[in-house]
Structures are given as structure tokens and as C-alpha cells.
Design a protein around this ligand. Structure first.
Ligand code: GLC
Length: 568
């Protein structure tokens, strides 16, 4: 433990803020159609404020045929009818500003919907002025070289379009054609629509698969090393940084906004190219190293593999913290709308361990360097739903992959088992506001089933009333982070890297130092730190009543216990 380490803080609101991500479809329905809406978010603004979070990230709310729940946008400047109107949006934004909350929107510009006017024009004729807004491969050149698609039943990213006898590229579903960033006119359109939202007062963008936007438009044959690992191949195209730099110069630098890129395929060595302040590209990005820890790589990225190890979990976070120690800034997340619920994946959602796990994971995010991102329901410990049958699923990813397996005569049963842990719908079930039939989400049948454990204490109303709830622990822990600059900016140092039960680290800044102990185990553990003998450690918070320090340097840690000590 180093004493008196001086760091240059370079303070920013988006470094000190805590983000709360809302999947609008599942948050709160007020119109009675079983689908969440903007008025629902307005209704819950006081609740969100009461959490102590600062920034709301909204998944896409734009006009969309909803092939991929809003990630297929048909009009970037209007609001999806199911979610409300632009007047509702303006009211939401005003309500947020009144409460001192900031708004980050989703920017989905690797692709649009095939129902976007640009694509409707583009497919009309080879001479259409919008032709070059998308990637087309004329059929007379033969079948285009293989490209992999996430949501295509045949995993084929090229779709033949008879009207102009050509194929178009879609790395996601057939209804999500990839936009051609190589065309400067298209880039100007995107910059314009960004300005449109910034001029309204929006505070930033989360940029969907931003690492994929630049392509080698010759579409060469996949290299030998490709071997099914398409993500690194799609990421980091030849002009990616030119585009991000241009976007920054022309738009981002003109506003006080934050940016966080979704960056699958971006390797740790490349991180600073995106977020080094001196380069003026993005503020933060989401890496995928943790999200792939328990997954097969390659085309079956979504398939579970052997259980993960805590030592690997620590290594990922320590390595990434190291990259941003002096330059750039990290983003910390354990789940989102694309990945299962954190308590079920990284903790233990059994009745015995659920409370400690959920609060321990909150403690982790709130004591690491890097902006913490929480996903709606994480504050009350929402868990995976584990659907039994395919007909329960709504996600194009699960539905189309099941169809692929069926067509190929594969093992559908095994896939359904896999999806109980891995599917994106685990994280998309309605917010659990109370213990009523639809959990207070809607008076109608929700678009996707509610998790029945809303009747077993996993709901806001029950937890509001209980001072020892996951929700109230979250509020306390949020305040702890916000009142200790060291927990935000302080240097991170990993202790006990080889321990498979306890994640231990310190955070230190100038004269202050905190010790964080987190158990990721169902068994008790004992840990010892020689260097701590003789220090007057003071327990600031624990999710377990037992104070387990046995002597100066030894701690007994209970299953999934979290503790934050002030060392000096
Ligand atoms: C991103 C989104 C995901 C979406 C995909 C295609 O990964 O997070 O939900 O399906 O991009 O837009």
C-alpha cells in the first residue's frame, strides 16, 4: 500500500456520475398496452432521483419496426409510437433537468432499419442518390465473400435484393442494413442528427457497436486466422479512428457531453486509442472481456462454457484499471440489456445468498475506478427469469438461433438449457415495482413475462419499507462513493491476486486509503495482510452484520460479504 500518492485528478461530471440504464420497453407502462413508455419514466423520476444516481442512459426510443427492440431505427428524429410522443420526450428531459439528472441516449448508427427512408431509396435503383448510404455488392461480381451475421438464421450477412440485382450487407438482422460510413454525405447526416438531440439538451450518447462502423469496402476474403472469430475481424476497421476524430471535431467538441462507445472486439492494447484525452475521440467505452469470460468465443459467443474463476475476474479488472491509470477513463458494468442479470451470473441468486451477492456486487461497482453503470432492477437485485420454453422468448437473437439449430437438426434441448443462463431476455423482464400480478409494471399483460419472484420480496415497494433491503443498501453505498473522492479517483491496487474466494483491493489518494473485501464464495474465508498489522482500520460499510476482523491483519469473510474499511 502506497502512502501519499498524488494523482492528477482531471475531474469531470461523467467520471463522478453514476449511470442508471433504462430499457424503456420494460420499465413502466402507463398507456395500458403492456409496453413501457416515456410517461412511465416520467412517473418514476422521483424514484430514480432517490437512488442517488446522476445520469440516465435510455436504450433506443426512436421510431422503429422493432425487429431488434429499437436497435433498428426507421427515423432518428422521432419517438417510437409505442413509447409516446416528442412532447412526452421533452417533458421527460425537462423533468430530469429539474431534478439535476442528465440524459444519455443510444446512438445506433452502424446500421439503420430497412424501413428507414434512406434504405427505401437506396434499394430503388443503382443510381439513386441514397445508394451509397449502404453497402451493396452487385450480383454480376458473383457471390460476395462470406460475412457473418448475428441474427440471421443462416448466419449470412449478405442479403440478395432482386430489385437491383445486388446484395446488401447486414451484420445484424436482415432488417438492419449496415450504413456506409465511407460516404461523407452519410457521415454528415449522422452528425446532423446528433446535433438535433444535443440542441434539445441531451447530455451524451452511448454508441452502439461503434467499433464496427468502418469497413474494408473491397470485402476481401476472410483471413485464415478468422476461424469463426468474427468480432475482432469486424472491429477496428481501417478508418475507424478517422471517423471518431471527425465526429469529435465536428460535433462532440461543440457541446459539454459524454460519450461511451460499445466496443466489442477492441483489445486492451487498443483502448487508449479511443479514450486518451489527447486524441479527442470518446470519453469511455465498454469492453467485452468480462462479458466473454464464461462464453465460448467465435460464432457461438453466446454459449456458456465452464464456470469462470475469480482470479480471472480480478485479472480482467486489474488489467483494465492499469490501462486507464494515467490516461483515459474506464466504465464498469456487470450486466445490461444484452447480458443476463449480474446477481445470477456473477453472484448467487439462491435464497440463502441472494441478498449478500446482490449487495456485494453493488459494492464492487461503487468502489472501483471508472464510471459505474447500473441496469434497471439491479438496485433491487432482480434475477434471471430462466424461461422453460422457447415460446416465452421475445428476443430475435434467441428465436433465430433456435431456428438455425432446428434447421440443422442440432440439439435444441441443450440450447434451451443454455438460454436459461445466457439469453438477453433474462435481463429484459419488467421492472418489479410491487408484488401485484404484473409487478406494478402494467395493468395489461406485459410484452414479456414478469419474474414471479416479485412476490418474494424482489420489488421496490417491499424494499422501500425495509431498512435492510438491497435497495436501501444500494442507496447507502451510492452515498459512500459520492462522499469519498478517493473511491472515484484513487489509485487501485489489487491484493491477494491468487485467492479464489475473496477479491481484495485498496483505493488510495493522497493521505487516504480504503480497503475493500468482497467474497465471491459460498464458504467462509479467512484472509491475512501482514502490512495491515498495527493499522487502525475502521469499518465504513458491510452488507453483513458480523464485524469479522479478528486481529490487526486477519479478517474472516462470510459468504458473499462485502466490507469497506478506512485504513488511513
Ligand atoms: C448492440 C446492442 C444490441 C443490439 C445490437 C445491434 O450490441 O446493445 O442490443 O442487438 O447492437 O444493434
Amino acid at each position: 500500500m502506497q502512502k501519499e500518492k498524488h494523482l492528477e485528478l482531471n475531474r469531470q461530471w461523467w467520471k463522478e456520475g453514476i449511470v442508471y440504464q433504462i430499457y424503456p420497453r420494460s420499465f413502466q407502462d402507463t398507456s395500458g398496452n403492456g409496453i413501457g413508455d416515456l410517461r412511465g419514466i416520467i412517473k418514476r423520476l422521483d424514484y430514480i432521483k432517490s437512488l442517488g444516481v446522476d445520469i440516465i442512459w435510455l436504450n433506443p426510443v426512436y421510431e422503429s419496426p422493432n425487429d431488434d427492440n429499437g436497435y433498428d431505427i426507421s427515423d432518428y428524429r422521432s419517438i417510437m409510437k409505442e413509447f409516446g410522443t416528442m412532447a412526452d420526450f421533452d417533458e421527460l428531459l425537462a423533468g430530469m433537468k429539474e431534478r439535476g439528472l442528465r440524459l444519455v441516449m443510444d446512438l445506433v448508427v452502424n446500421h439503420s432499419s430497412d424501413e428507414h427512408r434512406w434504405f427505401q431509396e437506396s434499394r430503388k435503383s443503382r443510381a439513386n442518390p441514397y445508394r451509397d448510404y449502404y453497402h451493396w455488392w452487385p450480383a454480376e461480381k458473383g457471390i460476395p465473400p462470406k460475412r457473418w451475421s448475428f441474427f440471421d438464421v443462416e448466419s449470412n450477412a449478405w442479403k440478395y435484393d432482386q430489385q437491383t440485382d445486388a446484395y446488401y450487407l447486414h451484420c445484424f438482422s436482415v432488417k438492419q442494413p449496415d450504413l456506409k460510413w465511407e460516404n461523407p454525405k452519410l457521415r454528415e447526416e449522422i452528425y446532423d442528427l446528433m446535433r438535433f438531440w444535443f440542441d434539445k439538451g441531451v447530455d451524451g450518447f452511448r454508441m452502439d457497436v461503434i467499433s464496427f462502423i468502418s469497413k474494408d469496402t473491397d470485402f476481401p476474403k476472410l483471413p485464415e486466422k478468422y476461424n469463426g472469430e468474427f468480432i475482432p475481424f469486424y472491429a477496428n476497421g481501417p478508418k475507424l479512428h478517422d471517423y471518431l476524430l471527425e465526429m469529435n471535431q465536428k460535433v462532440l467538441s461543440q457541446y459539454d457531453v459524454m460519450t461511451v462507445g460499445e466496443a466489442p472486439g477492441v483489445h486492451i492494447d487498443e483502448a487508449l486509442q479511443f479514450v486518451n484525452e489527447d486524441r479527442n475521440e470518446l470519453n469511455m467505452f465498454f469492453h467485452f472481456d468480462l462479458m466473454s469470460l464464461d462464453r465460448e468465443t467465435g460464432e457461438t459467443f453466446m454459449m456458456q462454457k465452464e464456470p469462470w474463476k475469480l482470479t480471472e475476474f480480478k485479472k480482467i479488472h486489474s488489467d483494465w484499471d492499469g490501462v486507464f491509470a494515467n490516461k483515459g477513463w474506464g466504465s464498469m458494468y456487470l450486466n445490461n440489456h444484452d447480458f443476463p442479470r449480474s446477481v445470477s451470473r456473477w453472484g448467487n441468486d439462491s435464497k440463502t445468498h441472494w441478498y449478500n451477492s446482490a449487495t456485494m456486487l453493488q459494492t464492487f461497482l461503487l468502489t472501483m475506478r471508472g464510471t459505474p453503470y447500473f441496469y434497471y432492477g439491479e438496485e433491487i437485485g432482480m434475477t434471471n427469469i430462466k424461461f422453460e420454453t422457447l415460446s416465452d422468448y421475445r428476443d430475435i437473437n434467441t428465436i433465430n438461433r433456435a431456428e438455425t439449430i432446428r434447421q440443422q437438426g442440432g440439439n435444441l434441448e441443450a440450447f434451451i438449457e443454455n438460454e436459461k443462463d445466457a439469453s438477453r431476455d433474462n435481463a429484459r423482464t419488467p421492472m418489479q415495482w410491487d408484488s401485484s400480478e404484473n409487478a406494478g409494471f402494467s395493468v395489461e399483460n406485459p410484452w414479456i413475462s414478469v419474474n414471479g419472484n416479485c412476490r418474494e420480496g424482489i420489488n421496490v415497494a417491499a424494499q422501500e419499507a425495509d431498512t435492510h433491503s438491497v435497495l436501501n443498501y444500494f442507496r447507502k453505498m451510492v452515498q459512500l462513493r459520492k462522499s469519498h473522492l478517493t473511491l472515484i479517483y484513487g489509485e487501485y491496487q489489487l491484493l491477494l491476486p491468487e485467492n479464489e474466494q475473496v477479491y481484495a483491493y485498496t483505493r488510495s489518494l493522497e493521505k487516504e486509503c480504503y480497503l475493500i473485501l468482497l467474497s465471491f464464495s459460498e464458504d467462509r474465508a479467512t484472509v491475512h495482510f501482514d502490512e495491515m498489522s498495527g493499522t487502525q482500520a475502521k469499518l465504513l460499510i458491510s452488507n453483513d452484520d458480523a464485524n469479522t476482523r479478528v486481529d490487526n491483519g486477519t479478517f474472516e469473510v462470510r459468504p458473499y460479504q462485502a466490507m469497506v474499511y478506512k485504513l488511513f
